[in-house]
Design a protein around this ligand. Structure first.
Ligand code: ADP
Length: 529
C-alpha cells in the first residue's frame, strides 16, 4: 500500500490545486454580487429621485392649470369690478374642476398654503358644499394690488391625476431642468400612481424587478397619493438577477468540475502508485515462486545423479518431487502467459456447446492425487438435466482448477471441499465451497484485482502470484458470465461461476443476426426504390 507520507504529500498537492481554484471561484462570485448590489443601489436611487420629480411635476401641472383658468377672474378683480363679477368669471373651468368658489380674504384663516414656483396655492380639505373634494385656488388681488380673496375650484384629484398622467410624463417631466437625460431611462422604468388606499390610479409599463421599486409620497395638494417607480423586465438591473443566477450556477459548476478532477486525479495517482508497488511485489513473488521449484528439482536431480538413493521407493519419491514441482512451474508460467494474453487483449477462446458434468468431474480428478495426499474430503454434486453451456472447455476447466487450488491453499484444519453444478438464470452455476479461512467483506472485491494477495495468516506460507482470481474473472466475463463470492471469515468461502446456457446465447446471437439482416434488407429496399 502507498505510505501515509506519500498520501499526505499527494493530498497537499491536490489541495494546492483545488484550493486556489475554489478561492478564485469565490472571488468571482463576490465580485459579481458586489456589481449587482451597486447596480441595484443605483437603480433604487434613480427610481426614488424620479418618483419625487413626478410628484413635483403634478404640482406644477395643477398650478399651471389653476393659473390659466383663473386669469379671467384675476383681470376682473384688477379692473375693480365687484366680487359678484369675479365669481362669474371663475365659473368657466376645465373638466377636473367642479364648482367655482370665491372666499373673501377675511375668511381664509383655515386654508393651507403651498408655494409652487413662487406662486401661492391655497387648498383646504372639505371646505364648502363639496365635502368630497378639496378646494384649490390662487390669491386674487384688486386694482390697487390689495389682497381681495382666494378664487378657485373644488378639484377631483383622482380625475386630475389620471387625465394629466401621460402629459406629465411625456412633456412636463422631460422639460424639468433637473431631469438630465432621465427621460431616456424612463423607457426602462415602470411608473405607477397610487391612491390613498394604495389603489392604482394610473401607470405606464409593467414593473420588472420589485427589488428596485421605490415609492415616494406626494405632498402638498396631492397629499395621500404616492408615486411608485420600478425598472421594467428588460432593464439591466432586472436581468442582472437572472445573469447572476446563471453565472453562479456556472461558477459553482466549474468549481465542482475542478474539485472532481482533482479528486479523481488524486485517486488515479494513488491507484497507479499502488499498482506500481503491487507489480514490484508481484515480481518479487514470482521470482520466489520460480526459484523454489527449480531449487527443489535441482536438489532431487542431483540426489538421483549422485546415486545417493538406495531403494526404489526413495527414487520414486524424488521423481514424484520433480513431477510435482515441474507441473507447479508449468502452471505458474501458464498463468503468467494467460494473464499477459488477456491483458493485451490477445486471448482467443474457442466457444463450443459444452456438457457441464464431465468438465466438473475432470477438474476434480486432475487434482485428486493432491487432494488425497493432503487429506481433503471432496463432495461433487451435479444436478441432473443441466443445459449445455457455451464455453471454451479448457478455459473454464482452468478456472475451476484455480478455484480448487485456492480452496486447497486457504483451508486450514477443516479440509472439506464441495463442488457443485446447478441450474441458475437459465444457465449453470458452478460452485466451489471450502471450509477454510474465509475472506473479510472489505476484501471480497479486491481479490479479483490483478496482483492482489490479502494479508492473512497464510499469505506467507501459501504460494501464489495474486493472478488466479483476476484470470478467472476475466475469462468468465469473456463467457458473458459472472463470478460470485460468498464467505464467512473463519467459516469458509464459496466461489460461483455463473455461465449462460449455449441455447440462450445462440438464440440471442441469432436474434441479433436477424435484426441486422432485417436492417440491411430494409436499407437495400430503400436504395432500390
Ligand atoms: P493467489 O492465490 O495467488 O494469492 P488469487 O488471485 O487466486 O491469488 O487470490 C487472491 C487472494 O484471494 C488470495 O491471496 C487470498 O487471500 C484470497 N483467496 C482466494 N481464494 C480464497 C479462498 N478460497 N479462501 C480464502 N481466501 C481466498
Amino acid at each position: 500500500m502507498v505510505s501515509a507520507f506519500r498520501r499526505r504529500v499527494l493530498a497537499a498537492v491536490a489541495l494546492g490545486v483545488a484550493l486556489p481554484s475554489l478561492v478564485l471561484a469565490a472571488l468571482g462570485v463576490m465580485l459579481t454580487l458586489r456589481i449587482e448590489r451597486s447596480l441595484l443601489n443605483d437603480a433604487v436611487r434613480y427610481n426614488s429621485y424620479l418618483a419625487q420629480l413626478v410628484g413635483e411635476s403634478f404640482e406644477n401641472e395643477l398650478q399651471a392649470h389653476l393659473q390659466q383658468e383663473i386669469q379671467g377672474a384675476e383681470s376682473t378683480a384688477r379692473a375693480g369690478l365687484p366680487v359678484e363679477d369675479v365669481r362669474r368669471a371663475l365659473a368657466d373651468a376645465g373638466p377636473e374642476f367642479l364648482g367655482s368658489h370665491f372666499v373673501p380674504f377675511e375668511d381664509i384663516g383655515d386654508y393651507a398654503t403651498w408655494p409652487i414656483q413662487g406662486s401661492v396655492v391655497f387648498y383646504a380639505e372639505g371646505a364648502g358644499r363639496h365635502r368630497a373634494h378639496e378646494f384649490y385656488g390662487l390669491l386674487l388681488r384688486d386694482a390697487r394690488g390689495d389682497l381681495l380673496g382666494v378664487g378657485g375650484w373644488y378639484v377631483d384629484r383622482v380625475a386630475f391625476l389620471r387625465d394629466h398622467f401621460e402629459h406629465v410624463l411625456q412633456d412636463r417631466l422631460p422639460a424639468n431642468p433637473r431631469m438630465y437625460g432621465g427621460i431616456e431611462l424612463t423607457r426602462r422604468t415602470s411608473i405607477e400612481l397610487l391612491g390613498p388606499g394604495n389603489e392604482r390610479v394610473a401607470r405606464v409599463r409593467e414593473p420588472g424587478d420589485q427589488r428596485t421599486a421605490r415609492t415616494e409620497a406626494m405632498v402638498g395638494p396631492f397629499e395621500g397619493f404616492s408615486v411608485k417607480v420600478a425598472v421594467t423586465p428588460d432593464a439591466p438591473p432586472a436581468w442582472t438577477g437572472r445573469f447572476l443566477a446563471f453565472e453562479l450556477v456556472f461558477i459553482v459548476g466549474m468549481a465542482g468540475v475542478i474539485v472532481a478532477a482533482v479528486w479523481f486525479g488524486y485517486r488515479y495517482t494513488i491507484r497507479q502508485l499502488e499498482l506500481a508497488q503491487m507489480k514490484a511485489g508481484f515480481i518479487g513473488n514470482v521470482t520466489h515462486e520460480l526459484k523454489t521449484p527449480i531449487a527443489m528439482v535441482r536438489l532431487a536431480v542431483e540426489t538421483l545423479q549422485m546415486r545417493r538413493v538406495q531403494s526404489p521407493e526413495d527414487s520414486a519419491k524424488f521423481l514424484g518431487i520433480i513431477e510435482r514441482e515441474t507441473s507447479r512451474l508449468t502452471r505458474l508460467v501458464e498463468s503468467i502467459l494467460d494473464f499477459a494474453r488477456l491483458e493485451a487483449g490477445q486471448a482467443t477462446f474457442r466457444f463450443e456447446k459444452v456438457e457441464v458434468e464431465p468438465l466438473v468431474r475432470e477438474a476434480v480428478e486432475t487434482l485428486k492425487p493432491r487432494l488425497d495426499q493432503l487429506g481433503f474430503a471432496v463432495r461433487v454434486d451435479v444436478a441432473p438435466g443441466l443445459p449445455r453451456v457455451r464455453a471454451d472447455a479448457q478455459a473454464v476447466s482452468h478456472c475451476l482448477l484455480n478455484l480448487l487450488d485456492n480452496a486447497i491453499k486457504y483451508s486450514k484444519d477443516r479440509r472439506e471441499i464441495a463442488v457443485s453444478a446447478s441450474p441458475r438464470d437459465g444457465g449453470v452455476a458452478l460452485a466451489v465451497a471450502d471450509r477454510g479461512i474465509g475472506i473479510a467483506p472489505a476484501d471480497r472485491k479486491r481479490i479479483f484485482e490483478k496482483f492482489v494477495r490479502i494479508e492473512n495468516g497464510l499469505v506467507h506460507d501459501v504460494r501464489g502470484a495474486g493472478l488466479g482470481l483476476s484470470l478467472v474473472d476475466q475469462i468468465i466475463r469473456a463467457h458473458r458470465g459472472r463470478v460470485e463470492v460468498s464467505s464467512t471469515p473463519g467459516e469458509g468461502s464459496t466461489f460461483t461461476l455463473v455461465l449462460p446456457s449455449a441455447e440462450g446465447v445462440l438464440a440471442e446471437a441469432e436474434a441479433a443476426r436477424d435484426r441486422s439482416q432485417h436492417a440491411g434488407g430494409a436499407h437495400g429496399g430503400a436504395a432500390a426504390g
